[in-house]
Design a protein around this ligand. Structure first.
Ligand SMILES: CC(C)(COP(=O)(O)OP(=O)(O)OC[C@H]1O[C@@H](n2cnc3c(N)ncnc32)[C@H](O)[C@@H]1OP(=O)(O)O)[C@@H](O)C(=O)NCCC(=O)NCCS
Length: 139
């Protein structure tokens, strides 16, 4: 269930999360603020290209409690039914030496697309970058 807050701003309530989706028209970019109760709880952004959604920078507070799984499943349903999206693509940022982000996407049915691994050093942490995809056409 959704309602318009104002132009370019949509609000959705799904289970105990509230999503405020705003569109940045010049960049064809959608920013999603995620609330749990009345508290800001996370954020992500995405773009739609043909039949694909490109997900960027998903983060939430209170990790490792199953919230990320619920949110990404709700995101998949949202882009499938609103934009007729057939697949989700993303670039996962995994701090070197750990596997939690990879485990999260693998556990949610994402597969590594190609061995195009790169890394990025922000001056404090070195990240390995992984391309993941999930076909959402079948459900
Ligand atoms: C990545 C993120 C969105 C996952 O959401 P989450 O709520 O923590 O994930 P879930 O609790 O739904 O976990 C699902 C699976 O992911 C893996 N996982 C998630 N967090 C983990 C951790 N800290 N350590 C190990 N595995 C982890 C596990 O396989 C877990 O399954 P399990 O609970 O049966 O062991 C969240 O941890 C987060 O916001 N992290 C910081 C930002 C970030 O790194 N974003 C990704 C950028 S690409």
């Amino acid at each position: 269930m959704f309602f318009y807050v104002k132009k370019n701003l949509l609000s959705y309530n799904i289970m105990n999360f509230k999503y405020i989706v705003s569109k940045i028209p010049t960049k064809q970019l959608y920013n999603v603020n995620i609330y749990k109760d009345i508290t800001k709880f996370g954020n992500m952004n995405f773009q739609i290209h043909n039949d694909s959604a490109i997900l960027n920078n998903l983060w939430i507070d209170e990790p490792k409690k199953g919230h990320g799984t619920k949110i990404i499943n709700q995101f998949e349903n949202y882009v499938k039914f609103k934009y007729d999206t057939k697949q989700i693509k993303l670039l996962a940022w995994q701090p070197q030496g750990s596997t939690n982000v990879l485990d999260f996407y693998c556990k949610n049915g994402y597969t590594e697309k190609e061995m195009l691994r790169m890394n990025y050093d922000d001056g404090i942490i070195i990240y390995d970058l992984y391309r993941f995809e999930k076909n959402i056409n079948n459900y």
